[in-house]
Unconditional design. Structure first.
Length: 233
C-alpha cells in the first residue's frame, strides 16, 4: 500500500476566500447595473405639491393658507397702529428710526407732558376770557356812567355862545327840555345841527344868543347843563 501523503496545506487567511468572492460578485453586479440603467428611459419627476395633484381641497393646506393670511392682516394692522402712535410724537422725533418698544416708551412719556400743556392752555384761555369779560363790563359801566354824555361850552363873543353836547341815544335827554331851561336863563337858540356816529352816539352843535342882562360864564353854564342831564339820567 502506498503511504498516504498529506495534501499540502495552503496558508490562506480565514476571510480571504470570502473577500475574493465578494469582490468578484460586487464588480459583476455593478457592471450589470450600469448596463441596465443605460437602457432605461429618463425619469420625469413629479414636482406637484401633493401626490393627488389637487391641493385646493386639502383641509390642512387650506387651514395653513388661512392662518398665513390672517397673520399678514394682523401684522398690517399692528404696523398701522404703531404708525398712528408715532404720529403723536413731535415732528422732530417722528423722523427718528425708533424701535417699537422705544416708540411705546416715548409715547407713554410724552402723553402726560402733552396733557399738562393742554391744561395750561385751557387755564390761560379761561383767564383771558375772564379779563375780557371784566373789560367789557367796565366799558359798559363807563358808557352808562359819566361818559354817557359830554358837554362843552365855548364863548364866541360877548353875546354869543356855542354849546356842544355828546350823548348816547339810549340816554338822550330831550333837546326841548334843554332849550326850555336855557331860554328861562336868557339864552335863545339861533342855529342848531346834529349828527349821529357809529355806536349810537349823537352830537349836537348849538348856537345861542345871550341877553344883555345875562352874566355869561362858561363854567356856570356847563355845570347847569350837566345837572340837567344828571337829573334825566
Amino acid at each position: 500500500m502506498c503511504a498516504l501523503t498529506p495534501f499540502p496545506v495552503c496558508e490562506w487567511p480565514l476571510d480571504s476566500p470570502i473577500n475574493h468572492i465578494e469582490q468578484i460578485s460586487y464588480t459583476e453586479i455593478f457592471e450589470d447595473l450600469l448596463r441596465f440603467t443605460s437602457t432605461l428611459p429618463p425619469i420625469q419627476l413629479d414636482r406637484s405639491p401633493s401626490c393627488s395633484g389637487d391641493s385646493g381641497n386639502n383641509p390642512i393646506v387650506l387651514k395653513k393658507l388661512n392662518h398665513n393670511a390672517r397673520e399678514r392682516d394682523r401684522r398690517k394692522k399692528i404696523n398701522s397702529l404703531y404708525t398712528s402712535l408715532r404720529s403723536l410724537l413731535p415732528l422732530s422725533e417722528q423722523t427718528k428710526r425708533l424701535s417699537i418698544p422705544a416708540t411705546i416708551s416715548r409715547v407713554l412719556k410724552y402723553i402726560p407732558e402733552l396733557q399738562a400743556h393742554v391744561e395750561r392752555l385751557v387755564q390761560k384761555k379761561e383767564e383771558i376770557l375772564s379779563r375780557q369779560e371784566e373789560f367789557s363790563c367796565d366799558q359798559e359801566n363807563k358808557r352808562k356812567g359819566s361818559s354817557s354824555f359830554a358837554i362843552s361850552v365855548s364863548r364866541v363873543s360877548e353875546r354869543e355862545v356855542v354849546v356842544q353836547i355828546s350823548t348816547f341815544r339810549a340816554f338822550e335827554t330831550p333837546l326841548s327840555h334843554v332849550l326850555f331851561n336855557l331860554e328861562e336863563d336868557g339864552l335863545f337858540l339861533t342855529e342848531a345841527s346834529c349828527f349821529e356816529s357809529f355806536g349810537g352816539r349823537v352830537f349836537y352843535n348849538l348856537h345861542f344868543q345871550v341877553e344883555r342882562t345875562y352874566n355869561l360864564e362858561g363854567v356856570v353854564l356847563n355845570e347847569k347843563l350837566l345837572s340837567l342831564y344828571e337829573k334825566r339820567k
